[in-house]
Design a protein around this ligand. Structure first.
Ligand code: M6R
Length: 614
């Protein structure tokens, strides 16, 4: 939700900021803007609606000479996408420009107070209130800008990652964060700041993750200084990035989403590496083994997540209940946080988040920790907020996921949950060793199995042409295939804008079957598992009502082949691993339908990759 970037140094400020904005565009693309302080102390601010490329076109004839600058790509919260609501925002005297990611919850109170002191506002945003407040404090208290920022942030309720520059000082940027991410890149004679490290990874690998309520003073030629809101200096912990630039490029694919779908054999290999050892006999998730007593004695596990990560969490419930015999509840983080949850120190909360920054999931973690639960995180982005807020956890290690529609992160999350359940089951002895060993062997083969599944690509591309203009879809599954149905429907909705519903196949007869006619295709996930016979009946029920059926089945399937209009075969797998391979044809189907409809699959409308607001 909004990306911010800043730069001071001898490089080309405009080029670095624009390239940085492109890397952060996955966070929002309602508008983009840039503020440049030129050597004569002039503050040039340029903004454009829509994507960063519009801003680039707008800037073509403009004065781009600069010694420092800040920039922003927006996902609208307060105020519609428009030029006036685009960041950077100014103080009324034009002295300061500010970019912001987050939400100032008490902005109305602050705005009313500032209006009474004669401030005029030119946008509907909460951000403009913050920049006006900082300048108001600086002028009325006659204090330094650093002190004014500190004082203003003390008055703010909400979340922020901000960067502020001043017209008359091209040699300094002030940045701060609370509950929204901000990382500072330290290069030679240059300093960067950004919502994540992608804008500066090609210039430096050294970075500092700002903590909550910390403020960074970035000055040309001076070492980085970090203060808390009480003006005490903090120690600077420099981290070395593991990210590489090739991970941030499309590598010959037309879209990040397709690249990420095809990366899955490798991402799953990276996810498994070192975690399933001795030929599949042992499961080594350090975050679990270091706390194994907690897991063995857990009275209950509560999984909290949003979107695709929630679907992975639902699979986690099936896996943990099946293998570890621990009761599991799966909650939407946004509901959990306001549900007055009852937890204690024998509960384990598992928080799942690709970005590691989802605001609702972070809030759920904080509540769980306050109530004494042990919180375990499953994230992808190293150094993000969720891994830093949890007691322990595991990275899925699938590399940066840039397409807004989550693909490789989903299979990575499910793989980690499978290994997590297996390692607890091994310690609790709730599954016989031979069975675990067989599971381990199949896990080690998963990268090769996924390669086989990806061979369906051309068939799915052709199949997609038949269904491109369907207006509604049903996705049905049972058991482990039910969360896959939910995930398949979400994929289609978010990138092709076709209405799709995921449903437990057996629930159809309690209402939704009324929707079925020849214009309502159903995608039925029906691998040969212990519910196979049951889902065959459900397939027949759909067919009897004239609905067309695309079925995902196990190789060699005979029964469903004779009923469904189209079948896509995947290799036979132990039941608990089928979601990883059955979800991949659904990712491809939604990708090609969206492409046929001419949609922007990497940046679907109204969405952003990282949801750092409520
Ligand atoms: O970063 P997170 O995993 O916490 O994100 C949660 C959801 O916002 C995310 O999974 C979203 O549903 C994706 N766009 C789905 O493709």
């Amino acid at each position: 939700m909004c990306g911010i970037v800043g730069y001071i140094g001898d490089g080309n400020v405009y080029d670095i900021l624009i390239k940085g904005l492109h890397r952060l565009e996955y966070r929002g693309y309602d508008s983009a803007g840039i503020a440049l302080v030129n050597p004569e102390g002039k503050l040039n601010v340029y903004k454009a609606m829509g994507k960063v490329s519009n801003l680039e076109s707008f800037c073509r004839s403009k004065d781009l000479d600069a010694k420092a600058g800040i920039a922003h790509t927006r996902w609208a919260t307060h105020g519609e996408p428009s030029d006036s609501n685009a960041h950077p925002h100014f103080s009324e005297d034009g002295n300061l420009a500010l970019v912001h990611n987050g939400t100032i919850e008490n902005y109305k109170v602050l705005k009313d107070a500032l209006s009474q002191h004669g401030c005029h506002f030119h946008s509907e945003t909460d951000t403009e209130v913050l920049v006006q407040l900082i300048e108001y404090i600086r002028v009325t208290n006659n204090c330094t800008l650093v002190d004014a920022v500190r004082e203003a942030l003390k008055q703010v309720v909400g979340a922020y990652a901000i960067a502020v520059i001043e017209k008359n000082n091209p040699d300094r940027i002030i940045a701060a964060r609370k509950s929204s991410p901000l990382v500072i890149g330290i290069g030679e004679n240059e300093t960067f700041l950004a919502s994540d490290a992608t804008p500066f990874v090609e210039y430096t690998k050294d970075c500092v993750y700002l903590k909550d309520e910390e403020l960074a003073v970035i000055e040309r030629g001076e070492p980085l200084k970090i203060l808390n809101l009480e003006n005490q200096e903090s120690q600077i912990d420099v981290t070395t990035l593991e990210l590489s630039i090739s991970q941030l490029e499309k590598g010959g694919y037309p879209h990040f989403m397709l690249k990420e779908i095809f990366e899955q054999p490798n991402t799953l290999r990276d996810c498994i590496r070192g975690r399933v050892v001795d030929g599949g006999k042992r499961f080594v998730l350090n975050g679990v083994l270091d706390n194994i007593e907690k897991f063995i004695n857990a009275k209950r596990i509560v999984i909290v997540a949003c979107g695709t990560s929630w679907h992975a969490g639902l699979l986690g419930k099936y896996l943990l209940q099946d293998m570890c015999r621990i009761p599991v509840e799966v909650e939407y983080a946004s509901e959990f946080r306001y549900s007055n949850p009852v937890l204690d120190d024998r509960d384990i909360v598992i928080a799942i988040s690709q970005s590691g920054e989802t605001a609702d999931t972070l809030a759920a973690i904080q509540i769980a920790r306050r109530q004494g639960a042990f919180v375990y995180g499953i994230s992808n982005v190293v150094g993000s907020s969720i891994p830093r807020e949890t007691n322990s956890g595991t990275y899925i290690h699938v590399g940066p996921e840039i397409g807004v529609a989550s693909t490789k992160a989903f299979t990575g999350q499910v793989m980690v949950l499978t290994m997590l359940a297996a390692s607890i089951a091994q310690a609790k002895k709730t599954v016989p060793e031979e069975q675990l060993e067989e599971l381990g062997r199949h896990i080690l083969q998963i990268p090769e199995t996924v390669k086989e599944v990806l061979k369906l690509n051309d068939t799915i591309e052709r199949l997609s042409l038949i269904y491109t203009y369907a207006r509604n879809f049903l996705y049905l599954g049972r058991g482990y295939s039910y969360p896959v149905a939910l995930e398949g429907a979400l994929k289609l909705k978010e990138i092709s804008y076709i209405h799709a519903e995921g449903y437990p196949a057996a629930e159809m007869k309690h209402g939704p079957i009324a929707l079925i006619d020849e214009e309502m295709p159903s995608v039925i996930i029906a691998p040969n598992d212990h519910l196979y016979e049951k889902i065959v009946s459900n397939v027949q029920q759909v067919k009897a009502r004239g609905g067309s059926i695309i079925a995902i089945v196990t190789e060699g399937d005979k029964l469903i082949r004779n009923i469904a209009d189209h079948v896509l075969e995947v290799p036979k797998m132990p039941e608990c691993l089928t979601p990883i391979i059955t979800s991949i044809p659904l990712q491809l189907l939604s990708y090609y339908i969206a492409i046929n409809k001419g949609k922007d699959v990497d940046m679907p409308r109204n969405l952003a990759k990282s949801v750092t607001v409520e």
